[in-house]
Design a protein around this ligand. Structure first.
Ligand code: ZN
Length: 132
């Protein structure tokens, strides 16, 4: 008998209006980084993002965006964070991986278009992302 391990391919689905909101928020904050909390739900590895929350007490600069996680209310609908990389590379930095929050980390690179959005897991592996 072949023992098959059940594993789910992870995938991230982003609503188009959420993408538009992220994009315009990043443009307003540019050249500083911006950071937002992703709201949505996760089912069998599929993460659907349908809302955004501006984190409390966020502090941002040209190379760093963060907020104290301890101030976050416990909310199961918070599936991760999105932040921008004004420098133009969507690769997660070591700091990003150390500050990983939730299930997915989305990074938007300059100039913040639909093709500039990338999703990563806590190990820095890319997760397929689709705009719905
Ligand atoms: Zn970063």
């Amino acid at each position: 008998m072949i023992f098959k391990k059940k594993s789910y391919e992870r995938r991230v689905s982003l609503k188009q209006d959420v993408v538009d909101s992220i994009s315009s928020y990043c443009k307003i904050k540019h050249p500083n980084e911006s950071i937002l909390i992703l709201k949505g739900k996760s089912k069998k590895g599929n993460i659907t993002i349908d809302g955004l929350v501006i984190p409390p007490f966020s502090h941002t600069g040209p190379t760093f965006a963060g907020f104290p996680h301890s101030f976050l209310p416990f909310d199961m609908s918070y599936v991760g964070i999105v932040h921008s990389h004004p420098s133009g590379s969507a690769e997660p930095s070591l700091t990003d991986l150390h500050n990983f929050f939730g299930l997915v980390s989305i990074i938007v690179q300059h100039p913040y278009g639909d093709d500039d959005i990338f999703a990563w897991d806590s190990k820095g592996n890319s997760i397929p992302l689709e705009i719905i």
